[in-house]
Design a protein around this ligand. Sequence first.
Ligand code: PHE
Length: 450
Amino acid sequence: MTDLTLRHGLWSSRLAFVLAASGSAIGLGNIWKFPYLAGDNGGGAFVLVYLLCVVAIGIPIMMAETLLGRRGRQSPINTLRTLAAEAGAGGFWQGAGWLAVLAGFLILSYYSVIAGWAMAYILKVGGGFLNQSDAAAVRTAFLELKASPDLQVIWHTLFMLATLLIVGRGINDGIERATRIMMPALLLMLVLLDAYAMTTGSFQRGLAFLFQPDFSRLGGGSLLTAMGQAFFSLGLGMGSIMVYGAYLPDRASIAQSAWAVTLADTAVALAAGIAIFPIVFANGMEPTLGPGLIFETLPVAFAHMPGGALFGAVFFALVVLAALTSAIALIEPTIAYLSENRGLTRPEACLRAGLVCWLLGLGTVFSFNLWANRTWFGKNFFELIDFLTADLMLPVGGILVALFAGWVVESQVSEAELGSGRGYRLWRVTIRYLAPGAVGLVFLRAIGAI
Ligand code: PHE
């Protein structure tokens, strides 16, 4: 298999992998989704269930994806095809690779639009518009942005271009270099914002909201939401980690890397909540506004605070950086596939894949204006894609990865990748029974089958 490692290249170190994979994990899911999902689902109780999903299911599946990637050394589609053939299993598994690549595509299409909003907000908030406006005007500004296809398309285009520019430069010069700079910057901004939140006077209340479980507010659908969010936030079930694993040097420890990435991702989600809730509470508002939390509620809060323009701009810069390092990971499985099977160079592959993804993104842009009244199964285009990917495709992708790594791949193979010992045995039991079982149950429950 050594010739395959040359095809795409390898990370220069384990740290490079951990940074890139953390970049994939840390994104809009942590800063935009996690706080509003926690807000909508009862705060602490949701956080607890989420943490359980992350540790019991997320880490084992992340290890499985990484080991499959490193063993196959190709895009998820070809990795699964090669490994299935090696194990004497059928072509069905290649389909799982396709599902993964498609999910990444769909997610990126709307991801880029939301990241575009955040880009617009760096300028809006940093430009001092908050200082001159009252709460109603700040709210109206968000509605105006959503109502304007033109503005959103401009930002969506810019964000997509930035993503493609990085990915087009390759593993080392593009992804590795970008994440090496952006991840420390992101951390610094987050620490700054947390410190700022401590000065609001509502810090305690924010913490209580995030960490005191109130199970009465945890609805039936919350379990699926928590699990879907765990997959989404860790970037699992859609081949990103698998393709990043394909570039991982042979000796690097997969278990340690998975723990490091998971800890980083969870810490950032919590730190984002710790920054956001006190700021919201300090201004007498409630954190239950759904997806509008950081674009509607938070800017109003910033408007009322000393230094709000500066810290608000830092906040949205943080969102954009986090989104960018995830967007790279969302499209990399496709780029790897196109360069393997279609003989395209990376820039060519980026151009084609980027164009299709950009077009799909228009559907999300329009769902807030031109297509506002069009619904499928009671959801607009954006909600439909979000539901299809986060709630359906990622968990299904996760089950397939778990089944494949646990039942199809020979134990000698997974043991050679993960190392033997108690940790390995625990992983194997989890990946064969617990992970597919738990995800399957929650999933069947959600679609109303049980
Ligand atoms: N994990 C990213 C986030 O939390 C999104 C993502 C999903 C990235 C799947 C890669 C793969 O925003």
